[in-house]
Design a protein around this ligand. Sequence first.
Ligand code: GLY
Ligand code: MN
Length: 425
Amino acid sequence: MLFTDEVYKNRQAKVATAWKDLLGSADLILVHSGESVQKPGGLDQTYDFLPHPSYFWLSGHRRAEGVMAYSLTEGWIEYQRPLSPVDIVWEGAEGNFVCEHSLEDLKKKISGGTYKRILHLGQITTGTATDEITRELAIRLDQVRRRKGPEEVRLIRQIAEMANAGYTALKKAIRPGVSERELQLHYENAVLMAGADKMPYGSIVGSGENAAILHAVPTAKKVTSGELILVDAGADVEDYCVDITRMFTVDEKFTSQQQEVYDLVHQAHKEAVKMCRPGTEWRDVHMKSARVIAEGLKQWGLWKSSVDAVLESGAISVFYPHGVGHLVGLKVRDTGNPENTNPKRYYGSRLRVDLALEKDYLITVEPGCYFARAFIEDQAIRENYKDHINWSEAEKWKTFGGVRIEDDILITDGDAESLTDCVPK
Ligand code: GLY
Ligand code: MN
C-alpha cells in the first residue's frame, strides 16, 4: 500500500461521518473496484486493470472485483475474490493483497436479509446509478477525497520530480529533425526510469501547427526551426499523477511573435493562480483567464467588437476552446463528476468542474491560446462570429500553432502553491 494503515482508517472514518445522516441500520453500501476486461480475439489477456479511484482511495488495494462495504452497524469491511494458486502461477502474487473476507461471504450477508437497501458506488457494470441517495453518497465521498492529505501532497511532489526528469531529458533531445514521437520516447523513458509506473494520459507532443491540437498524438513529423513545440505530459504512481504543459522551440529562443503569445498565456496563468483561494468560484477563474487572453488578442487586431462582446458571444472560444483547468491528483480527472454531470459553458467553453475552491483542493491551471486551422477555415464558425472576429487577420496566424502553460495548484489558506514548479517554465 502507498500509505500507512492509519491513513486508510482515517479516510474511512471521514467518509462514514459524511454519510451518517443519510443512512439507516438496514442500509449497506458497496464500493466496487470493478472487473478486468478481456482483450478481444481469444488473446488470453486482459487490459491493464485500473481500480475505481473511490475503492482504491478507501482501501489502498488494486484488485479487480474488490468491494469495500459499509454499514452503520458493522462499519467498513473489505471483500475480495480469493486468489487461487492458478492465479498466482499465471500472474504472480505481487500487489494481489487478499483480505480475510471473500465475495462468497458478501453474497451470504446480502441474502441474509438484514440489509433491506443495498447501494452501489465505484465501478459498477450496470451503469451509473441515478437514484438520489446514491448520487448524494457519491458526491459526499468525492467531497471528502477531494481534499488532499499531506501524504498525498508529498507523493504528488515526488511524482512532479519524475515528470521533471522527463522534461529535462526531452529538452536535451530537442534539435532540428527530431520527431514528435522521439521526443515522447525521451520523455517517457526518463519518467519511467525515475520511478513512475506509467503515464497518466497519452503524452501530448505537438510541433508547428500541431501545437494547436489540444490532445495532439505525437507523430513522425520532424520538428524544424521556427516552430513551437507544445508538450503536455505527466507521470503516474498507482494512479496518483501530475499533469503539466510546457512550451519549447528548437531555436535558441522563441521568435518575438511566439514570445508575445507565450507572455500573454503566462500572464493569464499568473492571474488565474492568484485567484486560487478558498471561496473563489472556479468559473470566475476561467472567466478571468479568458478576459486576459481576449485583451491580448485585441492588441493584435483579431477582434472586430469589444472585449466584452467577444467574451459574451463565445467568440473567444475559437482561440481558447477549453476550460482553465480540472481537479487532478488521483487520476488526471479527479473527483467532481457526480456534481457536474451537465457542465455549463462560460464564454463559450465547457468547464469540467463548476464549484467553489476550498483548502486542500488540487486543480490544474492551464490557460491557452491557439490558432487552429480547422476553426479558422470553417465556414460555419466564420459566419457565426463574423461580427466579432477579424477573419482576414486570423488567416495570417493559422500556421502559428498554440501555447498552453499548465501547473497543478494546491489551494491553501493563503497563496496557492504550485506542486509542479520544479519543472522550469
Ligand atoms: N493533460 C490533458 C488534459 O488535461 O486534458
Ligand atoms: Mn490538464
